[in-house]
Write a protein that binds this ligand. Structure first.
Ligand code: LMR
Length: 339
């Protein structure tokens, strides 16, 4: 009897030791989230990603490690989407203009020209039912949408001044992969060219394209202003991101960790959205101070001319983006089309 008790005790001790070493091993091998993106670390998206990393690592007590891969270090635009689906990376924050090739064309509603009068109008969509519906459409693709990050309004950059619509005639303009952006450039009389963000600088420098639309924080960090002589403040479009994860990976996380990570994303989102406008203004000031690019703001009359040329794109894109999606976007953004 005594022997039996001793043996049981021994077994319990062995079991406990095994469990302990297993939990030590678990604690030593953190879950790794590879977060890939295409812009510089010193941008609203780059800083938002950094904030998420810090929060996640701190709040999970090291159980999660977030590895950031900025500047298309791992993958370019299209490849990173595929890598996410395959699980080679776990997290991305692509521009909303890059979901068309995935087959979720409704995201291109965000690219409709002059849809948003301000950042609040944009949030009307992302914080509401349409924003949630769009994320649901990603799930059959093995992707889960976690948050929207704003990055302000699109401007134009070119190797010549762009004031009137006629100035666009024949200009080769780099765009993201959205068909709405393609229609936008054509409506202006330009020739759109889809190109990965990582190839932009080289293409502008070598003259493969004559210009591009984009935001000041990207123009500054990619040194676009060093190889382009003119910039037009037009606010004709809007740039924002979806923070997305591989669904299988996310759903497979221990529930307690997932809850912590969700709160980290929420906080990083508030931060990224709060800094975007200031970051873009500061980048614009630095571009101006460089003296390398002439920055021009459209007059009210010029802006009205651009609008007139661009508004037909809304109707033209109904068959692609969906009439109901466009109507829902108008409502959420408080946009009233001119009769
Ligand atoms: C672009 O490709 O122009 C942008 O989407 C890059 C980015 O992610 O800000």
């Amino acid at each position: 009897m005594k022997n039996l008790a001793r043996r049981t005790l021994l077994q319990v001790a062995v079991l406990a030791a095994t469990a302990l070493s297993a939990s030590v091993a678990l604690a030593q091998t953190p879950i790794v989230i590879k977060f890939s993106h295409v812009v510089a670390p010193d941008t609203p998206k780059g800083k938002g990603a950094q904030r998420f990393k810090e929060l996640a690592e701190q709040r999970t007590g090291g159980r999660v490690k977030v590895e950031l891969y900025p500047n298309s270090q791992l993958y370019k635009d299209k490849e990173e989407m595929e890598a996410l689906q395959l699980g080679s990376v776990q997290m991305l924050a692509p521009s909303l203009a890059k979901f068309g090739p995935l087959g979720v064309k409704e995201f291109e509603v965000f690219d409709l020209p002059f849809l948003f009068k301000d950042d609040a109008a944009f949030r009307g969509i992302t914080d509401g039912a349409l924003g949630a519906d769009l994320f649901k459409k990603l799930e059959p693709k093995g992707i889960k949408g976690l948050a929207y990050w704003d990055n302000g309004f699109h401007q134009m950059s070119a190797n010549k001044p762009l004031h009137a619509v006629a100035d666009f005639k024949g200009m080769k303009m780099r765009i993201q992969s959205s068909k709405v952006l393609d229609a936008e450039m054509r409506a202006l009389g330009a020739i759109p060219q889809v190109m990965a963000f990582s190839e932009l600088y080289q293409a502008l420098q070598s003259g493969v394209v004559d210009g591009t639309e984009g935001v000041a924080s990207n123009f500054y960090t990619q040194k676009v202003y060093e190889v382009q002589k003119h910039m037009t403040i037009s606010n004709h479009g809007h740039l924002a991101y979806a923070v997305i994860v591989n669904k299988k990976f996310w759903d497979g996380l221990p529930a307690d960790l997932r809850t912590v990570l969700e709160s980290c994303i929420k906080e990083a989102t508030t931060y990224a959205n709060a800094i975007a406008s200031t970051e873009n203004m500061q980048a614009m000031d630095k571009i101006k101070a460089s003296g390398k690019t002439t920055v021009y703001t459209l007059t009210a009359a010029e802006s009205a001319e651009w609008k007139k040329a661009l508004m037909p794109v809304h109707q033209e894109m109904e068959s692609r983006v969906g009439k109901a999606t466009i109507a829902a976007a108008y409502k959420a953004a408080g946009f009233v089309p001119a009769k």
